[in-house]
Design a protein around this ligand. Structure first.
Ligand SMILES: *[C@@H]1O[C@H](CO)[C@@H](O)[C@H](O)[C@H]1NC(C)=O
Ligand SMILES: *[C@@H]1O[C@H](CO)[C@@H](O)[C@H](O)[C@H]1NC(C)=O
Ligand SMILES: *[C@@H]1O[C@H](CO)[C@@H](O)[C@H](O)[C@H]1NC(C)=O
Ligand SMILES: *[C@@H]1O[C@H](CO)[C@@H](O)[C@H](O)[C@H]1NC(C)=O
Length: 527
């Protein structure tokens, strides 16, 4: 076992060494994810020590300070805590960035315009980079791209922008580019969730899917049913409703939507800790009792509270892995099913469809895991998005039936599968076998899933990165610009991994499986 592993590591190590030795010191195109259109020259510009943000010609007033904050964040990321010396080799000094945003509205939601142009001229006095975007969120992506053009020079000790002039036009291929976190299997403190949100923006992911509760724990406060979080692991492993508001606001200011999930009727054992009548019986404790009106009242209360906190267009209602045996082995429920002329599969369908109606009544569109489609796809609300997770192939059927779909097939895009490689993350194509353009539009995008059984604060970031970044390029970059040969992408992804490390994100080495320690001493760029 150890022997096989060593051989393979050695093989990858050699491959890396060869590919990377030529690329680390040259400029090349090191952007991640690759923009739609990029042109560049060969001039070097030098950063002013006092970079200015201007908004000449913008309709966006930035009364909430989103832009100002993003600009300062960008400057800090680029300077990376180095002391900048204000001596410039020549007059090619970049004075700042002029950001023009056309829409005054800074409400984030699904499907907003995320496109931008970024121009960095090689000459001018004063010399300003120019960003133009329809929404503030396109401008945030542009600032991220801009940050990846700039380097600290260890000889002159100034920040440089190489290969000017730059002309970049960019927009995402898919509107939904997600990452799932799971705070039921292990609690994640609020600052950890915020650091995950920060790191998502570096590769332009835009949906944090928050799988908040499950069998194991119910960490969030629900004002309408204040005993639900009695199902938390401990007194401290909890989120107040204000924490949730804070997380959503924090994410939105960075262009990240938060998708809340309550997974019903299965995966709900922890709900009954506070309200035991949600359990079929004391000894058989999930799925939620289909025969009890209280189950639906509680879902209504949760979604009513959610609608004041989670403003994303969608709420996720789960619906996966429902084992109905507790319904048939509990006489009271069995009798109820019989009286209503239902067997347990009918009961499952009844439950999911009723939960959908409740979500619709609170103004949400619904996302459900794919079993709901596989069992009763023709009964789902037309406002359903089917979330793939089993093997590939369902997306094709979902869109043929006119429903929308998100792709997360577990063999390729489950981050908790440590044997799922970055190569597999990169090559997983959401539109596989879907050729009809109208059907292609129904694939909203995809999501990588960081299930929490075997991760916690100690290792979440290194399990997410860099593999999530490989999927992020698949979801952002135009199909014809994606690497066909993975050899063309390794050095750029290695470079991005090192950039994440420089920004304090604990991204793991590319070589080997997910979350492996570096195998030997060596440069970040070769591991
Ligand atoms: C850093 O600056 C020095 C002096 O201006 C220059 O000769 C060198 O090429 C720069 N290094 C890089 C990696 O750009
Ligand atoms: C369903 O749940 C019952 C009772 O908890 C259990 O005995 C059974 O193994 C489960 N079935 C599956 C397929 O997991
Ligand atoms: C449940 O009943 C439906 C008809 O209402 C039937 O199509 C289905 O096969 C039944 N399922 C089971 C598991 O008995
Ligand atoms: C795509 O179609 C091919 C040929 O029918 C099939 O072998 C493959 O499994 C399909 N892939 C997916 C993800 O549906």
């Amino acid at each position: 076992m150890a022997c096989i592993w060593d051989t393979r590591t050695l093989h990858f190590g050699l491959l890396f060494g060869i590919l990377l030795s030529f690329s680390v010191t040259t400029n090349g195109l090191k952007l991640w994810p690759m923009p739609k259109l990029v042109n560049y020259g060969s001039e070097t510009l030098y950063w002013s020590t006092n970079m200015q943000l201007r908004t000449d010609g913008s309709n966006y007033a930035d009364s909430s300070g989103i832009l100002k904050e993003a600009f300062e964040r960008m400057v800090n990321l680029i300077e990376a805590d180095h002391i900048i010396e204000a001596k410039f080799a020549n007059s090619s000094v970049l004075a700042g960035v002029n950001v023009v945003v056309h829409s005054p509205d800074d409400t984030l939601n699904f499907g907003i315009d995320e496109s931008y142009t970024l121009n960095v001229p090689a000459k001018g006095s004063p010399l300003y980079a120019k960003i133009e975007a329809n929404t503030i969120f396109g401008a945030l992506h542009a600032l991220e791209t801009f940050s990846q053009l700039c380097y600290f020079n260890f000889t002159s000790k100034v920040v440089e922008l190489h290969a000017a002039p730059w002309t970049i036009y960019d927009l995402p291929r898919f509107p939904y580019r997600g990452l799932l976190i799971d705070t039921s299997r292990h609690y994640l403190p609020v600052p950890v969730i915020k650091s995950v949100i920060d790191s998502m923006t570096y590769s332009k992911l835009n949906v944090l899917h928050w799988h908040i509760v499950d069998d194991q724990s119910f960490p969030i406060e629900i004002p309408s049913y204040p005993k639900l979080w009695d199902g938390a692991y401990s007194y401290t492993e909890r989120y107040t409703i204000n924490d949730a508001i804070d997380i959503v606001k924090y994410a939105e200011r960075k262009g990240v939507n938060v998708l809340a999930e309550i997974d019903v009727p299965g995966h709900t054992l922890s709900w009954g800790v506070g309200y035991s009548s949600l359990w079929p019986s004391k000894s058989c404790r999930e799925p939620l009792d289909v025969s009890n009106e209280f189950s639906f009242k509680v879902i209504d209360g949760i979604l009513s509270d959610f609608s004041k906190v989670f403003k994303f267009k969608f709420v996720h209602l789960g619906g996966d892995e429902v084992n109905t045996s507790c319904w048939t082995t509990t006489p009271r429920i069995k009798e109820w099913l019989n009286n209503h002329h239902m067997n347990e599969s009918d009961g499952y369908r009844y439950f999911v469809l009723r939960a959908q109606q409740i979500a619709l009544s609170h103004g949400y569109d619904i996302i459900n895991w794919e079993e709901t489609f596989n069992n009763f796809g023709d009964k789902l609300s037309p406002r359903t998005v089917v979330h793939n997770w089993l093997g590939g192939g369902v997306a094709q059927k979902v869109v043929a039936d006119g429903l929308r779909c998100i792709v997360s097939n577990q063999d390729k895009w489950y981050l908790d599968h440590l044997d799922a490689t970055w190569e597999g993350f990169y090559t997983n194509e959401p539109l596989t076998n879907i050729t009809n353009p109208a059907q292609q539009k129904l694939v909203l995008g995809g999501e990588v899933c960081m299930w929490g059984e075997h991760i916690d604060t100690s290792d979440i970031q290194q399990t997410i990165w860099p593999r999530a970044a490989a999927a992020a390029e698949r979801l952002w970059t135009p199909f014809d610009k994606l690497a066909k040969d993975l050899k063309d992408v390794i050095s750029r992804l290695a470079h991005f991994r090192c950039l994440l490390n420089q920004r304090g994100v604990q991204a793991a080495p590319l070589i080997g499986n997910g979350r492996e320690a570096p195998s030997d001493p060596g440069s970040c760029y070769k591991q």
